[in-house]
Design a protein around this ligand. Structure first.
Ligand code: 3HC
Length: 695
């Protein structure tokens, strides 16, 4: 029998087993369809073969089409659809044996088989929407025929896989195999080998379709996937599947898949997919770097930040000792933490037993010395260098020798903090984003002396607590906040020139950010930014800041926490313009002799993204970020930049760097030298990442 290296054929008496061997996730890469087709043809021709089993070698079944081939012309892309067609028409029973994750094209392959069996721990899903595409190998037609329209839409629009146990209940899996999957699948295949007619999903009818259901789905995606292309295409295709013959949907799906695949949105989402995985790799840090065992964590400060940080570890089953300076603050922190858990329980995300289990892992204390047993101590105290230095001196004396000492500072120099300890190699910055139990980003600040082991341990820990950890270097604001400061400055300038805060926010909302710069400022608290500006001015020997926003702070309005800031807020926390603040801004302009002009939404978005890109380029040039992709990951996961735009640095490439340079110059900024160079050479930041990776 012919074999290709990516698909092994093995005979188990009258059953032919085709094992896909394309590590790490058995993606449908070039060579896989050829191997499967060859195996199927061999099985069809051999009278001694009664049925075929398709299984994945290694840790998983097929995790989908090979995303790396999405840039290829259609003719060169691996022929997933052809393989699916061959399976659907196959004259002998076929059984897909699933373990790990059967995703996207992997599940579509399985759906084209006559039967599906799975280990109970397997997960099945169509996550294409997360990459800005849609199931393109029969998934939109077949899944509704098996699980019904509503469930199929839920799965395709959320992209979230379901456990095999649920798939069994839905009839998506025919049998759960408790023991060895291959053995169970072969036995199953033998049992069904004589069954005729061979069941084919494409011949089933679709259950549960009503016009109201599609109308509701279309309305729902306006909210859940605002501005995105592929969810709407998915709904259209499922409707087609429900109302027209299978073949018609199958043809339409191919066309829509290509439309989505070629869209800038899919390019953006694919960029983020790979950038996120790339960001986990640290040049020069080998896979064999020894890791420290983190069994217990200490958190200093039970305020919003400290409490949120603690929750991450409790959620991951790690005991946490949390320290405060007064019983009152400790009690308050604990009750907020409990309330957070109870509200998750109310929403059905957690059982009450689980709430208690997590709370039981928490040890509140007023004694710093109780941190002596912790393997990692994170401080989330007041942002002041003297306070932090005193704290780290103390921690150095009481923490166990191997403990990692981490600061959650967002602006201070981690080298300076590390220098007060006798173990600077064990000091690191772990910059969580508020709310710390929700936001996925963790900036991992590598100080000059941080050891490889400590860095690698923190990266692994980030993954363990479900965060995306990105390594950054030491500078004021690290990556995210340094960029956001520039962005805030430019937003304030836009208002000074004549734009209203609402117009600035609306332009960024239209770009896909859930919050514009002023909505964000009001939420974070106006006094926070003000304190930073005062601090900077003092450091630089400049006069006290006195912009229009500073004047708003001085009226006592500090944002949402005081009921209003730049905007007023009603009970639903929706911002409404405030007439006094508008008057304050107008008076400010008049005082500065500015004649307000009309600023278009296009100018707002270009200037604001331009400043992000420009500062990003400086950060990259200084080596504070390792890659442009890392900056994109930070901005998407920490600041709500829409993933379908791929983050600011990727979006620069979509616009063309030359245009970004021209915009910056037009609005009075000096383009970063790196940005200018890349623009001159006709390159993108992705080219820069490749250049840097090559060394
Ligand atoms: N294509 C190409 N490479 C892939 C891939 C895919 N579908 N899925 C994963 N990889 C790569 C990753 O980039 C990573 O590479 P690296 O080691 O060089 O960084 C490696 O495989 C391992 O991936 P993870 O680090 O993500 O491993 P995990 O174990 O954490 O997760 C996973 C495994 C759940 C399979 C996760 O990788 C994942 O969600 N993959 C994407 C699945 C997906 O979206 N499938 C649909 C593709 S679109 C499609 O099928 C279209 C069709 O309908 C026509």
């Amino acid at each position: 029998m012919t074999q290709t290296p990516l698909v092994e054929q093995s005979r188990h008496d009258d059953i032919l087993v085709l094992t896909i061997q394309n590590p790490p996730v058995n993606a449908f890469s070039p060579g896989v369809p050829e191997g499967l087709k060859a195996g199927l043809s061999a099985a069809a021709a051999d009278e001694g073969i009664a049925a075929v089993v398709i299984i994945g070698g290694g840790r998983t079944f097929v995790a989908g089409a090979d995303i790396k081939t999405f840039g290829l012309p259609r003719e060169q892309a691996p022929d997933l659809r052809g393989t699916v067609q061959q399976l659907d028409a196959f004259p002998k029973p076929t059984v897909a044996a699933l373990h790990g994750t059967a995703l996207g094209g992997g599940l579509e392959l399985a759906l084209a088989c006559a039967y599906r069996v799975a280990v109970p721990g397997a997960r099945l899903g169509l996550p294409e929407v997360k990459l800005g595409v849609l199931p393109g190998a029969g998934g939109t037609g077949r899944l509704p025929r098996v699980v019904g329209v509503q469930k199929a839409l839920d799965m395709m629009l959320s992209g979230t896989p379901i456990p095999a146990t649920e798939a069994r209940e839905l009839g998506l899996v025919d049998e759960l195999i408790e023991g060895d999957l291959l053995e169970g699948a072969v036995a199953f295949a033998r049992r069904v080998a004589g069954q005729r007619p061979i069941p084919r999903v494409s011949e089933r009818s679709v259950q549960g379709a009503t016009p109201e259901l599609f109308a509701a789905a279309r309305e729902a995606i306006q909210k859940s996937h605002r501005g995105q292309l592929s969810p709407a295409l998915i709904v259209d295709l499922v409707e087609l599947a429900a109302t027209r013959p299978f073949e018609e949907g199958w043809q339409a799906e191919a066309q829509k898949f290509m439309e989505a695949r070629e869209s800038p949105q899919s390019r953006g989402l694919r960029h983020i997919f790979f950038a996120e995985r790339e960001s986990a790799k640290i040049p020069g840090l080998g896979k064999d770097t020894p890791l420290l065992n983190i069994r217990a964590v200490g958190v200093i400060g039970a305020g919003t930040m400290g409490g949120g940080i603690a929750m991450n570890f409790l959620n991951a089953g790690l005991p946490v000792t949390i320290v405060e300076t007064s019983q009152e603050a400790l009690d308050r922190g604990l009750s907020v933490l409990r309330r957070n858990y109870e509200s998750s329980a109310k929403k059905g995300r957690l059982t009450l037993d689980e709430v208690e289990r997590r709370m039981a892992l928490l040890t509140p204390t007023l004694e710093m010395t109780d941190l002596g047993g912790a393997d990692l101590i994170i401080e989330a105290v007041f942002e002041d260098m003297a306070v932090k230095k005193a704290l780290f001196t103390r921690l150095d004396g009481l923490a166990r020798d191997s403990a990692i000492l981490a600061t959650n500072t967002s602006t201070l120099d981690v080298n300076e903090i590390a220098a007060v300890t006798s173990r600077p190699e064990q000091v690191i910055g772990l910059h969580f984003f508020s709310p710390a139990n929700v936001m996925k980003l963790l900036e991992i600040v590598r100080a000059e002396k941080t050891s490889d082991t400590v860095l690698a341990t923190c990266m692994a820990l980030a993954r363990r607590i479900g965060k995306v950890g990105v390594v950054v270097g030491v500078c004021d604001g690290f990556v995210g906040n340094r960029m956001v400061h520039r962005y805030g400055e430019e937003a304030r300038r836009l208002v000074e020139e004549g734009a209203s805060p609402e117009a600035v926010d609306a332009a960024m909302n239209a770009l896909g950010l859930p919050m514009g710069p002023f909505q964000m400022t009001d939420m974070a608290g106006l006094d926070i930014g003000y304190a930073i500006r005062v601090h900077r001015a003092q450091q630089r020997g400049e006069p006290e800041p006195d912009g229009w926003l500073d004047r708003i702070v001085k009226t006592g309005r500090k944002g949402q926490k005081t009921g209003g800031g730049i905007y007023d807020y009603d009970d639903t926390r929706r911002p409404r313009p405030n007439a006094d603040m508008q008057a304050l801004i107008e008076a400010y302009r008049a005082e500065k002799g500015v004649t307000p002009r009309t600023v278009s939404a296009d100018e707002i978005t270009r200037r604001l993204t331009g400043t992000l890109i420009n500062e990003g380029a400086r950060i990259l040039d200084e080596g504070i970020a390792q890659r442009a992709g890392d900056i994109d990951v930070i901005y998407v996961y920490g600041y709500g930049f829409p993933a379908y735009r791929g983050g600011p640095m990727h979006s620069a490439g979509e616009q063309g760097l030359q245009r970004v340079v021209e915009d910056l110059k037009q609005y009075g900024h000096t383009p970063a030298p790196l940005l200018e160079r890349l623009a001159r050479e006709g390159k993108t930041f992705a080219d820069f990442d490749r250049e840097r990776a090559r060394g």
